[in-house]
Ligand binder design. Structure first.
Ligand code: HEM
Ligand code: HEM
Ligand SMILES: [Fe+2]
Length: 465
């Protein structure tokens, strides 16, 4: 195994553990909705939610970085250039995450001063990490980019996937700088902040996961490079063609000019197209290989990624992307329903698929088939879809009672919060969240144990015969 792949395993381990912190913080956040006085004056809802969504971003980023360190040396048949620096920065990354988490948990908030921006919280949703830590993340990403580009240059073997990856990493990292400025005008601030959030999840991350899935399909099913690369180019073209101006669906109500209503509505309505392309691609590959694979968990998680991306991001996003509907659904639990489904389908499932690819290689297992992966696959997806359904019902109740009937007044907001559909939705979300959490621990157990017996069996067999 290359050193870069060992580093990838470290990234996967950190990602899997942070996924757990995210689940616990999610459960905590959900409790406040059914027990309003929960942990009053000790730990507030917004801090729990910050912990939940920031760990989400970090574990997915760690999963992506790990996946690239995993596939890169195999693609180029050489060790990654600058691997020592990358190894050192992994520990810096982990230390920074721990310190930031501790600050979020124990300090929570500070005065409105530069000090708070530098050491407590930068205040931008999803990228709240204080400035010093954000600078650390920039350093990690820069070294990561250097590793990828320098290795490709040294190996003199550029593939189509690698070109797409390198070109994608540039805007992906530059956009993160958007987390830094502190603008006092709310409209300006949101205008730029959406560049980061939207252009990450609906443009640059989609391309990145497209590259990772292309490599995974080649490894899992031996799909030919020609086929995965052709699909990748089509998907990238469509993602960028629809996703960049699709940004307008966040500019409907924040004080930007009216033309964003048409631009955002039109282009974002087309965004499901590339995601549908990814489903067709995955099903085509699976069909042409008669669904045969030696790594069933990875295969199922890959299919879940393709379908989840299309349904969670494409269909759930499409539902509320036209301004005529978004006027009512904006910022309700409907949005939260889509946020969960999309992040899960588009990214989390893909990262879990790569975990399983790595587990098989590390343990040298012929097969990873067992009951634990099926349980974890079932519980996680059932829990997630249950949460998404509960949130959708709660969100529709809000759109209907608070916005359409109540005219968005404060009183209408309070009435909607007490509406039985909304309240039951919050209980159901917590219940399905617990199911999801059980699925997470089963996944963790399976990742630690799967293939162990098979490997031992394979190793002892020749001796026995
Ligand atoms: C045990 C499972 C989970 C529970 C109980 C849970 C609960 C919650 C809660 C209560 C919120 C705050 C919503 C609000 O502000 O009203 C939230 C936000 C969020 N969660 Fe989760 N979550 C869970 C798992 C996940 C997973 C697996 C993902 C993604 C893969 C995820 C992604 C998000 C995102 C993106 C937000 C922000 C949504 C927004 O503000 O629009 N969560 N979650
Ligand atoms: C992988 C892709 C995607 C992910 C991870 C994702 C995630 C999210 C999240 C977390 C939010 C809530 C943001 C916040 O306010 O904190 C959101 C909002 C939104 N998303 Fe997506 N999304 C994806 C793709 C799409 C697509 C393809 C569409 C349209 C077809 C879409 C339409 C929307 C709209 C209209 C909103 C704003 C909702 C509102 O006004 O409250 N999304 N998305
Ligand atoms: Fe968006």
């Amino acid at each position: 195994m290359y050193r870069s792949q060992k580093l990838a395993l470290r990234y996967f381990t950190a990602a899997a553990l942070l996924f757990g912190v995210m689940v616990i913080a999610g459960l905590l956040s959900a409790i406040y909705y059914v027990v309003p006085g929960f942990l009053q004056d000790v730990f507030n809802f917004s801090t729990a939610k910050i912990l939940h969504i920031d760990t989400l971003i970090i574990w997915l980023l760690m999963g992506f970085i790990g996946a690239v360190y995993w596939f890169l040396p195999r693609e180029l048949e050489t060790e990654v250039v600058g691997i020592r620096l990358a190894e050192a920065l992994f520990w810096v990354f982990c230390a920074a995450v721990l310190v930031v988490a501790a600050v979020f948990i124990f300090v929570q908030y500070g005065g409105s001063s530069e000090f708070s921006l530098w050491f407590i919280n930068q205040g931008r949703k999803y990228v709240e990490a204080p400035r010093w830590a954000a600078i650390g993340i920039v350093a990690v990403v820069l070294v990561f980019m250097y590793n990828v580009i320098a290795t490709a240059v040294k190996a003199r073997k550029m593939s189509g996937i690698l070109w797409v990856l390198i070109i994608d990493l540039i805007p992906l990292s530059v956009l993160y700088l958007d987390a830094f400025p502190a603008l006092t005008n709310m409209s300006h601030d949101l205008y730029w902040w959406w560049w980061l959030v939207h252009m990450w999840v609906e443009a640059t991350w989609e391309v990145l996961i497209g590259c990772i899935m292309a490599w995974s399909l080649m490894e899992l099913m031996g799909t030919s490079r020609r086929i995965v690369e052709s699909w990748l180019y089509i998907e990238v073209l469509l993602v960028l063609g629809t996703g960049i101006l699709g940004l307008g669906h966040h500019y409907f109500w924040i004080g930007t000019p009216r033309y964003w209503l048409s631009i955002g509505g039109f282009f974002s309505a087309l965004e499901p197209l590339p995601l549908l392309g990814m489903v067709v691609h995955a099903v085509y590959d699976a069909g042409s290989h008669r669904m045969k694979t030696s790594n069933r968990p990875a295969f199922y998680w890959l299919l879940a990624e393709a379908f989840g991306n299309f349904i969670g991001a494409g269909v759930w996003g499409f539902m509320m992307t036209l301004p005529q509907i978004n006027l009512f659904s904006h910022g309700t639990q409907w949005t939260v329903s889509h946020g969960h489904f999309a992040f899960w389908g588009a990214y989390a499932c893909g990262v879990i698929a790569v975990f399983y690819l790595a587990v098989q290689k590390v343990r040298g297992a012929q097969s990873l088939d067992n009951r634990a992966w099926k349980w974890s696959f079932g519980l996680l997806n059932f829990g997630l879809v249950g949460m998404v359904g509960a949130l959708l019902i709660a969100g529709i109740a809000q759109a209907f009672y608070e916005r359409a009937m109540g005219g968005s007044t404060l009183q209408a907001f309070v009435i909607a919060q007490e509406n039985p559909w909304f309240v039951s939705g919050m209980y159901a979300r917590l219940g399905f969240g617990v199911v999801f959490a059980i699925g997470y621990f089963t996944l963790l157990y399976d990742l630690l144990t799967a293939g162990r017996c098979a490997a031992v069996g394979a190793a002892t067999q020749p001796a026995a015969t």
